[in-house]
Design a protein around this ligand. Structure first.
Ligand code: SAH
Length: 398
């Protein structure tokens, strides 16, 4: 039996939960020491014992649980999950109808009413990502609900929580149905990606950058020399090459980025002749580029929000200005910088200030051409705008 706990919200936090804010923190409760087992259902009341909302206890770096319903009579069971999943699928019906894009998000956590869970679609296969032990305790009924509501070829999963010896039983990420080919070929706006559903934490592409890749291909890349830093599998480089870039240079520290990037070029029939792939620390590459007086017409910079390499720790919040200054110095006049971050701990406005500071420090003028945040399939809860973590700015160096 699932544990159920009644909790009293402190008066100063009651209103925000009543208004629909979905994230829970221990500090919101008078009696938070009652929280023991992750996955416990929480019934939240105000200090006059009036019902406010219900949710679950699950530890993520963002907080300590999520609201599931503001309706006292709603039970959190398979039927509840069926409703949420069907709604989420209906919201993406244009994506399902588009034969040129066969990889997108079908369920985006609190944006679709269940914080801590995302589901991505890859050409008939579905990838579930569980962000806490708490949400993982609902796995059986969520999967049952999913199987009732959706036609699928196969189901995979990733656990994005500290397993601490728990749930280590599953050696593979395969869950149910048919196993996917490795790689699985999917399409994005007509281009191809090779996806590995069962090969570590990441599958080969970050779906949230779809619109940025399209803009690079359709509007910006033609005839340009393009540098793609923190390139991973080279997705931005592939779109730049497809858009007619004169050359691309992809730089990533991870050794496997070399064969993975070659693979993405190959399945898009792009000649590797003008595509350089360099396995190196980006910060060393910048030094090399300055020494060799290399200048690019377009530089994409999309670092992880936090990373540690042998020589550097990088934190987007602390180091983005410095990073941009390196980038500005190796960008041609009238060149384009695509500055991107998925750091959730600062806003688009703060990001704009980082960009401004970097250019001002170098006494260089610039113009912001376009801003992107999450695409439609990465649905954001109206009352939780911080869920819109993606910030991408196209900047022209004047
Ligand atoms: N821009 C990519 C995703 C980047 S993921 C895309 O859109 O597909 C972050 C990548 O940064 C990882 O592949 C990681 O290996 C790389 N990375 C982290 N620190 C690095 C460093 N100091 N130098 C080069 N690459 C780094």
């Amino acid at each position: 039996m699932r544990n159920e706990i009644d909790l009293i919200l402190k008066p100063e936090f009651t209103q925000q939960i009543q208004n629909g804010y979905p994230l829970l923190m221990k500090e919101y409760f008078q009696d938070w020491n009652k929280l023991k087992e992750e996955g416990s259902l929480l019934h939240l009341y105000d200090n006059k014992k009036r019902f406010i909302a219900k949710g679950y206890y699950g530890l993520q770096n963002k907080g300590h649980g999520w609201i599931l319903s503001q309706n006292e009579d709603e039970t959190i069971d398979s039927e509840f999950f069926v409703r949420k999943i069907k709604e989420a699928i209906a919201y993406r019906k244009d994506f399902f109808a588009d034969t040129q894009t066969t990889a997108f998000r079908v369920f985006n956590g609190e944006g679709d009413g269940i914080g801590g869970l995302s589901i991505d679609y890859f050409e008939g296969y579905y990838l579930f990502t569980w962000y806490s032990i708490g949400i993982y305790t609902f796995k059986e009924s969520i999967l049952e609900a999913f199987k009732q509501s959706v036609d699928f070829k196969g189901i995979y999963q990733k656990k994005r929580f500290n397993t601490k010896g728990m749930y280590l039983d599953d050696k593979s990420d395969f869950v149910s149905g048919q196993e996917a080919p490795q790689p699985l070929h999917v399409k994005e706006n007509g281009a191809n990606f090779a996806i590995y559903l069962d090969d570590g934490a990441m599958v080969g592409v970050f779906l949230d950058q779809r619109e940025v890749r399209k803009a690079i291909r359709d509007k910006y890349a033609k005839g340009k020399t393009v540098l793609n830093t923190f390139s991973y599998t080279g997705a931005f480089s592939v779109f730049a090459a497809l858009g007619g870039a004169k050359s691309t240079t992809s730089v990533d520290l991870a050794k496997r980025s070399l064969p993975k990037t070659q693979e993405q070029f190959c399945i898009n029939n792009i000649d590797l002749k003008n595509q350089n792939i360099i396995v190196e620390d980006v910060f060393l590459y910048f030094k090399y580029a300055v020494r060799k007086k290399l200048l690019f017409d377009m530089v994409v910079v999309d670092p992880p929000s936090f990373a540690r390499s042998k020589k550097h720790t990088f934190s987007a919040n602390r180091d983005y200005v410095k990073l941009l200054k390196e980038v500005i110095q190796i960008t041609n006049k009238d060149g384009i910088i695509v500055a991107s971050t998925n750091a959730a701990n600062f806003s688009m406005m703060t990001f704009g200030r980082f960009i401004d500071k970097a250019f001002k420090d170098l006494k260089t003028k610039y113009k912001v051409l376009k801003r992107y945040s999450l695409p439609k399939d990465f649905r954001v809860a109206e009352k939780f705008q911080e869920g819109n973590y993606l910030k991408v700015v196209f900047i022209k160096k004047l």
